[in-house]
Design a protein around this ligand. Structure first.
Ligand code: TXA
Ligand code: MG
Length: 538
């Protein structure tokens, strides 16, 4: 069979819809991964998908819809929470499992009495569905291989097996949709993805995650979702996964032999790993960037198939937020061959001035019990001491005008760097490494299992790379202003000046593993700290 790879446009989308209406299989783009689509009501068409993919017959397909009126055609007994979730997350990377409608053939559900439904957000996918029918579509890879996130990946796997592939560009999410079982008491995540359990719980009050997601299936255990039981996403060479803080996983890989080995790493370590002698070093993005990890992981895994790497060593992202989906796929790609590299749990807490970092850090430390609480500001002040310490000498070398009576004058130093970005950069270049060094020294010495670090410049100083978890505190500006005025006994004008000098909420929502909104009172902040401790750490 000849396979046409065509760019998405109204003419080609229409051709794809026509083929689908005739019972053919077409590769189509979605925002998560490319899908291999067929008419969801046509058993003969659906059978062709299983053949093209080499997919086990007992693994059901997801039905893709383009508007809400189609939901009731394909599913029944839809709980009200599902409408809420559809309203919030559709179109988007969420699949919900319902009782199936009698219109959906056994071939789609692999004989189950339930059906997975998703409304993709990709414009091309929705257009093709709207022009045809609800479409049953698994990921468009050969079964077992990494999912395709570009049309070229689909072509690699499906050339000669399907008549048409529509190229809609690279997938923006890159990891398959979150699969959530809606047939029980609370929504239950069966496959993690960009829509997280927390997002669902925040919306409908409660949600949980099937145990098998984290640890794999136990011997003889029955899979809630048939997809759980297959080895997935695997490149040709075996993968070994290094878990922990980015610096720790980097150190562990740097200690390995390089011969015949490739590395999947974070962008900031790429250069050093190449210099070490690893021949194939592919980055999935900066260590904090969960969205980039999701977008890049499958294409990086696929890239290894055209190398001679005998073993792939991979830095594992932190498992929070949408990172949970990526980590789940990487563990599966590694066949659960995972090495824990961090012996201590280091939590970096940051946020704007007046956001409640210190109070939150103290509460979190209290909730964890066996915990050392470190404050980067205190460490910094300790390092400046009486103005004559080694750090002060270094600073005075760079800023001779900050001297008064033979010692470093912090007020003078402050005035110099306040209005001069270059000067501040120079100063940070001296102080950040010193503070990090002392913090790491204190961490090394402690016997506590947990370390909570309160670091106002967590991301700016790159201390986040030493953390196994990062938390960003956010506060409404008015509240933060009032807190600073009260705490430091300063005017509104001075509080504004301080707030203006700090980054906006965006830095924290973008970079932190978890974000805590501190818009309520102290009690609520303490509650947030203990629930994070209980949920992620204890
Ligand atoms: O993002 C996605 O979901 C992509 C794009 C193309 O939409 N599709 C996708 O499909 O990843 P697939 O077939 O590769 O994965 C579907 C997963 C499988 O793990 C399957 O077992 C599970 O969803 N699933 C489907 N229907 C189910 C059902 N009725 N009950 C439990 N699990 C189901
Ligand atoms: Mg798949």
């Amino acid at each position: 069979m000849e396979t046409f790879l065509l760019p998405a446009n109204s003419q080609n989308n229409k051709k794809a819809a026509e083929l689908l209406l005739k019972g053919e299989v077409v590769g189509i783009p979605t925002e998560t991964v490319y899908g291999l689509a067929a008419d969801a009501f046509n058993p003969e068409a659906v059978k062709k998908i299983f053949i093209a993919k080499g997919r086990p017959q007992d693994n059901p397909l997801i039905v893709h819809i383009s508007d809400m009126s189609q939901l009731e055609q394909v599913a029944s007994d839809i709980p009200s929470a599902a409408y809420k979730m559809a309203e919030a997350f559709w179109p988007g990377p969420l699949t919900m499992i319902f009782r199936r409608s009698p219109l959906i053939p056994d071939e789609v559900t692999a004989g189950l009495d339930t059906v997975g439904v998703r409304m993709p957000s990709h414009r091309v996918a929705r257009e093709i569905i709207a022009l045809s029918l609800p479409l049953a579509a698994p990921s468009a890879n050969t079964s077992g291989k990494p999912s395709p996130t570009a049309a070229s990946h689909v072509y690699e796997d499906m050339r000669g097996r399907v008549p048409m592939i529509i190229d809609g560009g690279r997938c923006s999410v890159g990891v398959e949709s979150t699969v959530v079982d809606m047939t029980g008491d609370v929504p239950r995540v069966l496959r993690p993805g960009a829509i997280t359990e927390e997002m669902i719980a925040n919306l409908v009050g409660a949600a949980d995650t099937d145990r098998a997601v984290k640890v794999g299936l136990a011997e003889g255990e029955r899979a809630k979702s048939p997809g759980m039981k297959y080895r997935h996403y695997a490149p040709k060479s075996p993968v070994r996964l290094y878990e922990g803080a980015p610096e720790d996983t980097f150190d562990a890989i740097m200690n390995e032999e390089t011969e015949g080995r490739g590395v999947i790493c974070f962008e900031e370590y790429k250069k050093a790993l190449k210099e070490k002698g690893f021949k194939w070093v592919y980055s999935i993005g900066q260590s904090w960037n969960h969205a980039a990890h999701g977008k890049n992981i499958f294409s990086v895994l696929r890239r290894f198939d055209s190398t001679k790497a005998e073993l792939i060593l991979a830095q594992c992202p932190r498992e929070f937020g949408s990172g949970q989906g990526t980590v789940n796929r990487m563990r599966k790609a590694a066949g659960f061959s995972c090495i824990a590299c961090s012996d201590k749990t280091i939590i970096g807490v940051t946020g704007a001035s007046g956001s409640g970092k210190s109070r939150f850090s103290a509460a979190l430390s209290g909730a964890l019990g066996d915990c050392l609480l470190l404050d980067a500001d205190n460490i910094y002040h300790g390092l400046l001491g009486d103005g004559k310490t080694p750090l002060c000498e270094k600073i005075l070398e760079a800023f001779p005008n900050a001297e008064r009576d033979g010692v470093l004058d912090r007020k003078k130093l402050g005035a110099i760097v306040f209005a001069d970005k270059e000067a501040l950069k120079t100063l940070n270049g001296l102080t950040h490494p010193a503070v990090i060094k002392k913090t790491l020294y204190d961490i090394k010495k402690t016997t506590h299992k947990y370390i909570v670090t309160d670091v106002p410049l967590l991301f700016e100083s790159h201390f986040d790379r030493y953390c196994t978890m990062t938390i960003g505190l956010l506060a409404d500006r008015k509240k933060a202003r009032a807190r600073i005025m009260e705490r430091d006994n300063i005017s509104g004008k001075n509080a504004d000046a301080r707030l203006n000098g700090r980054p906006t909420a965006r830095l924290y929502t973008k970079r932190a593993d978890l974000v805590v909104n501190n818009d309520g009172g102290v009690k609520e902040l303490e509650k947030a700290a203990s629930s994070i401790a209980a949920k992620y750490l204890l």
